[in-house]
Design a protein around this ligand. Structure first.
Ligand SMILES: [Zn+2]
Length: 430
C-alpha cells in the first residue's frame, strides 16, 4: 500500500472537461499538499479520510476581491449612496478602529466566513495586511494580500509591501501583491511607484477600476481619458493585474485588459447594492477579458457567499440582454474557480482537480431536498445549492473545515470577539 496524507472517498468529481451529468464515484488521494491520484484508491492508505458519498467534490472558489479586515463593519451602514456611505460612515469608523488587534480579529472572523462559503483563496486589499496574513495562516486559507496604497500613505505602504514580500516569499499559503487603491486616490507619481515595485519584485497588482460612472466622468475631466486608457498611457499594466469592479469599461478599455493580461473581478452584489449600476459583460468576453468574481467586503455586500454571487450575476446578465443562453452554468462556475486561480496561483493551479495540482478542494452535500433530483452538477451549483451545503474544505492538502466545523479556530471564540467589537463600535457611534 502507498501511504498518503488524505483520501476523499466516493465523491462525484466535478470535471470542467465534462458535461456535469456523469455521476461516477471516485476517490482523490492527497499527499504533501498536492493531488497525487484520482480514481479508485485501492492501493492507497492515509491517516485521514473524508467520506464524500453523495457529495460533489470540486475545486474551492477563488474570491478575487475582498477587504477582509472590514469584517466587523457588516451591516453597519446600509441603503446609502456610495459617497455618503464611505465619507460619513466607513472612513470615520476606520480612522477610529483600525489598529493591528482590530484587523487581526476582523480578518480571522472574515476568513472563517470565507471558508464557510467554500472560498479557498482570497485576493485582499486593506491595511495592516501583516495581521491579515497572520489570521490567514492561523485558519489555514490561501491568500494574496496587498497593503492599500493611497496618496496619504504611499511611501509607508510601499515599504510595508516590500517587507511583507520578503517575509512571505517562501510561504506556501501567502502571496503578496502591490495594491494601489484607485486612480482617484493615487496620483500618477504614486501609481508609477506601485507599478515599478511590482515589476521589481515580480508581483501582481490589485486595483479598483471603473466602479462607478462618476469615476469614469471624473477621469475624463481630470485626465481627458477613460480610467484604463489613462493608466495605459504610462504603461501601468506590465505585470498581471486584478481590477476590482471593472463595471464600465468601453470597447477600447476591454481590449487593453485583454492585451495586457488584466483580470476583471466582478463584484455584482456590491455594485447592485451601492447602486453603481448594471452593465452587460457579453462584450468583455468577446474581447477576451479574463472574468472572475469577488465578493468585495461585507460592509458593501453583505456576505461572502460565492454561490449567491454567481446566482444573482448570471440571472441578471441573461435578463439584461434578453438572452437565456448567455453564460451557461459551467462557464459561470469556471469564472468563480479556474479564472481566478489562473491569475492568482503561481505554480500549481488549485482550480483544476488534476494530479500534481494544489489540493484546494471542497465537498458539497447533495443528499437533500435543496439539491435533488440532481441531473446536472453545474446547474445545481449555480441555481439551487446554497453555502450551508458546503461540508468540507481542504486547502493545501489540509482539512480546514470538516462537516461545517472549522478545524483550526474555536468558533464560539470568534463569535465572542465579534460581539466584543460590536459593543465598542456601538459605544463609539453614540
Ligand atoms: Zn473594494
Amino acid at each position: 500500500m502507498i501511504k498518503a496524507d488524505l483520501i476523499i472517498r466516493n465523491g462525484y468529481i466535478l470535471d470542467f472537461e465534462k458535461n456535469g451529468d456523469e455521476f461516477l464515484k471516485q476517490d482523490i488521494v492527497i499527499n504533501s499538499g498536492k493531488i497525487v491520484f484520482i480514481g479508485k484508491a485501492t492501493s492507497y492508505v492515509a491517516s485521514k479520510e473524508i467520506d464524500a458519498n453523495e457529495k460533489i467534490v470540486m475545486p474551492g472558489f477563488v474570491d478575487t476581491h475582498t477587504h477582509i479586515g472590514m469584517s466587523y463593519f457588516k451591516g453597519i451602514a446600509d441603503d446609502l449612496p456610495l459617497m455618503d456611505w464611505l465619507q460619513n460612515h466607513i472612513w470615520p469608523l476606520e480612522s477610529n478602529f483600525l489598529n493591528p488587534e482590530f484587523v487581526y480579529d476582523a480578518s480571522l472572523f472574515g476568513c472563517a466566513e470565507l471558508i464557510k462559503n467554500g472560498i479557498t483563496h482570497f485576493n485582499d486589499m486593506y491595511f495592516f495586511e501583516d495581521q491579515t496574513a497572520k489570521a490567514a495562516k492561523k485558519i489555514g486559507i490561501r491568500a494574496t494580500l496587498g497593503e492599500g496604497i493611497l496618496d496619504h500613505n504611499a511611501d509607508k505602504s510601499i515599504q510595508i509591501t516590500r517587507d511583507l514580500y520578503y517575509q512571505y516569499k517562501d510561504d506556501n499559503l501567502i502571496d503578496i501583491s502591490v495594491a494601489p487603491h484607485a486612480i482617484y486616490t493615487c496620483n500618477r507619481g504614486n501609481l508609477i511607484k506601485a507599478r515599478d515595485l511590482a515589476i521589481e519584485l515580480g508581483l501582481k497588482i490589485h486595483i479598483h477600476l471603473n466602479e462607478s460612472e462618476f469615476e469614469v466622468k471624473e477621469s475624463m475631466r481630470n485626465f481627458g481619458k477613460k480610467p484604463v486608457e489613462y493608466l495605459d498611457e504610462f504603461d501601468f499594466f506590465q505585470v498581471p493585474t486584478i481590477s476590482a469592479h471593472s463595471l464600465w469599461l468601453d470597447e477600447n478599455e476591454q481590449k487593453i485588459f485583454s492585451k495586457k493580461n488584466v483580470t476583471a473581478s466582478i463584484n455584482a452584489s456590491s455594485n447592485y447594492k451601492l447602486a453603481n449600476g448594471i452593465n452587460s459583460f457579453k462584450n468583455y468576453l468577446k474581447n477576451g477579458v479574463n472574468l472572475s468574481f469577488g465578493t468585495d467586503s461585507v460592509a458593501s455586500n453583505n456576505n461572502l457567499s460565492m454561490l449567491s454571487e454567481i446566482n444573482i450575476f448570471s440571472k441578471v446578465q441573461k435578463a439584461l440582454i434578453h438572452d437565456s443562453t448567455f453564460l451557461p452554468a459551467k462557464e459561470v462556475l469556471k469564472m468563480a474557480t479556474v479564472n481566478g486561480a489562473n491569475v492568482l496561483d503561481n505554480h500549481f493551479n488549485s482550480a483544476k482537480l488534476e494530479i500534481g495540482n494544489n489540493a484546494d478542494i471542497i465537498t458539497v452535500d447533495v443528499d437533500n431536498i435543496q439539491s435533488q433530483p440532481l441531473y446536472n452538477m453545474f446547474s445545481q451549483l449555480v441555481y439551487s445549492i446554497e453555502s450551508e451545503q458546503i461540508k468540507d474544505v481542504i486547502i493545501d492538502g489540509k482539512t480546514i473545515m470538516i462537516n461545517r466545523k472549522l478545524v483550526n479556530v474555536d468558533e464560539s471564540e470568534l463569535l465572542k470577539k465579534a460581539k466584543y467589537w460590536r459593543e465598542k463600535i456601538t459605544f463609539y457611534q453614540k
